[in-house]
Write a protein that binds this ligand. Structure first.
Ligand code: SF4
Length: 351
């Protein structure tokens, strides 16, 4: 029987992004910084996947490697049926309009010598042969969509506030009518009072234009409201990928649990059940990750097997994937499933 479910718009399979280290007099290749080390996920059309983790965990590198702003070391990135990771320059250029990025720092990503109209029209100059009037018409349409007054078209970036500059960045990303947008910490550089406005704008645009987002952020509370599913990254790998509501109500992976214990919980009942978990030690270097589970040097629930065998990201409950021996069959933990593992682990902790 044919599978009637629609295929995901974005499918990332075992994506790796390693940066070579050269050292010594002859600049010999002596190792690699494994910034992204085997990341896989799907995003359905019109949905948002949140990608969260501490700074340096590799989440922004994932976004850039997906859009081929970096050349991935290995893996597949299927966007709307085509493997972007393997594309030759010609077809990749044709594909670019369908996949765009909103950057973290609007100040740094906008050319200070160009007017708003020129900045937003830049992708149109690059990918269309439209007349000047047609391009200006599209720029005005985009300014309306992102809530910028048309009278500002000839102003320069420094004449705008941080929130307005991010709206310009969003208008530029929308210029070629993309299907998929990587939002790389789009609100991190903005005042708290402005953050919600930009998030609301992104949500409105998603609804109106049917956009698909990969929303990268270290702000877990913001991702909660935006994303249907959330992937938690640690040291270049995804440790948990769950529906947002499940993850925030009951994180499974010990790192996700620690990360979420620091987030303010609006539900008083849930908040009362949550203890703050302070992790010991520093994040290891991605140039020299630990053997076995990459969280084993800091995990409060570490077992012997964790220091030997790398746990795969596998489904442990419907729709929930976790990379942890506590939840996997066949591990030395002898687990038969997540709840039993949890129970045994909690008993172990309190003994
Ligand atoms: Fe902790 Fe082991 Fe699970 Fe890694 S595999 S998160 S070290 S319990």
């Amino acid at each position: 029987m044919l599978d009637a479910r629609p295929a995901p718009l974005v499918q990332v399979e075992d994506l790796k992004m390693h940066f070579p280290i050269y050292s010594g007099l002859f600049r010999r290749h002596t190792g690699d910084v494994k910034a992204v080390d085997g990341v896989s996920f799907d995003i359905m059309a019109g949905q948002t996947l949140g990608l969260v983790g501490e700074s340096g965990c590799g989440k922004s590198t994932v976004g850039r490697a997906i859009l081929r702003l970096y050349e991935p070391t290995a893996g597949r990135v299927i966007i709307d049926g085509e493997d972007v990771a393997q594309m030759q320059p010609g077809p990749l250029r044709k594909k670019r309009p369908t996949m765009q990025m909103v950057f973290q720092d609007p100040q740094a990503s906008l050319n200070p010598r160009m007017t708003l109209a020129d900045i937003v029209a830049e992708p149109l100059d690059e990918h269309t042969d439209w007349t000047r009037d047609k391009k200006l018409e599209r720029v005005h349409e985009l300014m309306d969509q992102v809530g910028l007054n048309r009278r500002f078209a000839n102003r320069f970036p420094h004449e705008f506030s941080g929130g307005q500059r991010q709206r310009i960045g969003i208008a530029r990303a929308l210029a070629l009518k993309p299907q998929f947008i990587v939002c790389d910490e789009p609100i991190a550089a903005l005042d708290v009072s402005i953050q919600a406005q930009v998030v609301n704008l992104l949500e409105d645009l998603q609804e109106k234009l049917g956009l698909t987002y990969l929303f990268i952020s270290h702000d877990l509370s913001m991702v909660r409201h935006l994303a249907q599913r959330v992937a938690v990254m640690y040291l270049g790998r995804i440790c948990e990928l769950s529906p947002s509501s499940d993850l925030y109500a009951r994180p499974l992976h010990p790192y996700a649990e620690a990360l979420l214990s620091a987030v303010n919980e609006p539900d008083p009942e849930l908040a009362a059940t949550r203890n703050r978990i302070i992790l010991k030690g520093d994040v290891p270097s991605p140039a020299n990750p630990p053997k076995g589970c990459n969280f084993c040097t800091r995990c409060p629930k570490v077992m012997d097997i964790c220091r030997q065998v790398k746990p795969d990201l596998a489904e442990v409950e419907p729709g929930r994937q976790v990379a942890c021996h506590l939840y996997h069959n066949n591990s030395a933990a002898g687990s038969t499933g997540a709840p039993e593992a949890n129970e045994r682990n909690q008993q172990g902790e309190t003994q």
